[in-house]
Design a protein around this ligand. Structure first.
Ligand code: FE2
Ligand code: FE2
Length: 260
C-alpha cells in the first residue's frame, strides 16, 4: 500500500513533466507510476525518458513508445502525431530507446490494481465513453480476474468511470472528479489521471496528474501550471510541428494508400 503519484501522456514535454513531478512531491507521493506515452509531439524525448527512468518506480509502454521504436506503424496516428514521431525516431538516443524497449505493456501495481495505456487489449484504443469502458470491463474481468481498479491513459482526459457488475451485465457511470474520489470496494473503476502534456489542448495549458492512496482507496486529481510557451517554441524550432503543406501531403498519401 502506498500513496502513488500517477502520470501519463508526457509526450516529450519536459516543462510539464517537471511541474507535475514537483506537485506530486509536494503532495507527498511516495511512488510515481507512469502509464505510457513518454515521447511524441514535443522536443525533449530523451530528457523525459531520463526523468521517468530516475523518478518512476513503474512505467508501461504507450503507443507512442511502440511507434517511436518501430514496433507499430503510423496507420492509426493523426498527421501531427506521425510527423512528430518521425522526428522522435530520428532524435531518440540509444539509452532512451533501450529503456523504452524494456517497458511492459501492462502491469499489476498491487493485487487487483492494473495499469494499461489505451484499452485493456489494444494499446491504441481510446477508452473515452461508457460503451468503451463496458467493453473493456469484460476484458479486464477475463484477463485480470479480481481486478478492481484499472488506471489508463491515452485519451488525455481526467476521468473516473464506476462499473457495477450485476451477474453478466456491466453498468458504467462517469463519476465527478472533484476532491477526494472514493473507489468503493464493491465496484470496479477505470481511472485516467489526465495528460501531463497539454500542448494539444485548447481549453487549458495545465499539466494533469493524480494521487492514488491505495490504503484509503481514494483518487485526487491535480492540474498545475508549466511554461507552455517554452515547450511550444522548442517543438516548433526542432521540427515537431507539421506545416500545412506536409499535413495536406500526409492526408493525400493516406487517401491513395501510398507509402512515401
Ligand atoms: Fe498520448
Ligand atoms: Fe497513447
Amino acid at each position: 500500500m502506498a500513496r502513488y503519484g500517477l502520470i501519463a501522456d508526457i509526450h516529450g514535454n519536459r516543462e510539464a513533466l517537471g511541474a507535475a513531478l514537483a506537485a506530486l512531491d509536494a503532495r507527498g507521493a511516495e511512488r510515481i507510476v507512469c502509464l505510457g506515452d513518454i515521447v511524441g509531439y514535443n522536443a525533449d524525448p530523451d530528457e523525459c525518458v531520463a526523468l521517468v527512468r530516475s523518478r518512476c518506480s513503474v512505467a508501461i509502454a504507450g503507443n507512442h513508445e511502440l511507434i517511436g521504436l518501430g514496433r507499430l506503424d503510423f496507420e492509426r496516428c493523426s498527421n501531427h502525431a506521425e510527423y512528430a514521431l518521425r522526428r522522435t525516431r530520428r532524435t531518440l538516443g540509444k539509452d532512451a530507446a533501450a529503456y523504452l524497449k524494456g517497458l511492459p505493456d501492462t502491469h499489476v501495481l498491487e493485487p487487483g490494481i492494473v495499469l494499461v495505456h489505451g484499452g485493456v487489449r489494444d494499446v491504441q484504443q481510446y477508452m473515452a465513453n461508457p460503451a468503451h469502458i463496458q467493453e473493456n470491463a469484460r476484458y479486464l474481468a477475463a484477463d485480470f480476474p479480481g481486478a478492481r481498479v484499472c488506471f489508463f491513459g491515452h485519451s488525455h482526459e481526467q476521468r473516473v468511470y464506476e462499473v457495477k457488475r450485476d451477474v453478466d451485465a456491466f453498468d458504467v457511470q462517469e463519476v465527478a472528479i472533484d476532491g477526494q474520489v472514493p473507489l468503493r470496494k464493491e465496484n470496479t473503476y477505470f481511472v485516467n489521471p489526465g495528460s501531463v502534456d497539454a500542448s494539444r489542448k485548447n481549453r487549458h495549458k495545465l499539466a494533469e496528474c493524480a494521487l492514488f492512496d491505495s490504503a484509503f482507496g481514494t483518487v485526487e486529481f491535480l492540474r498545475v501550471r508549466y511554461d507552455a510557451a517554452a515547450t511550444e517554441a522548442k517543438a516548433a524550432a526542432f521540427g515537431y510541428r507539421i506545416d500545412p503543406l506536409t499535413d495536406r501531403l500526409y492526408t493525400l498519401r493516406r487517401r491513395i494508400g501510398a507509402r512515401f
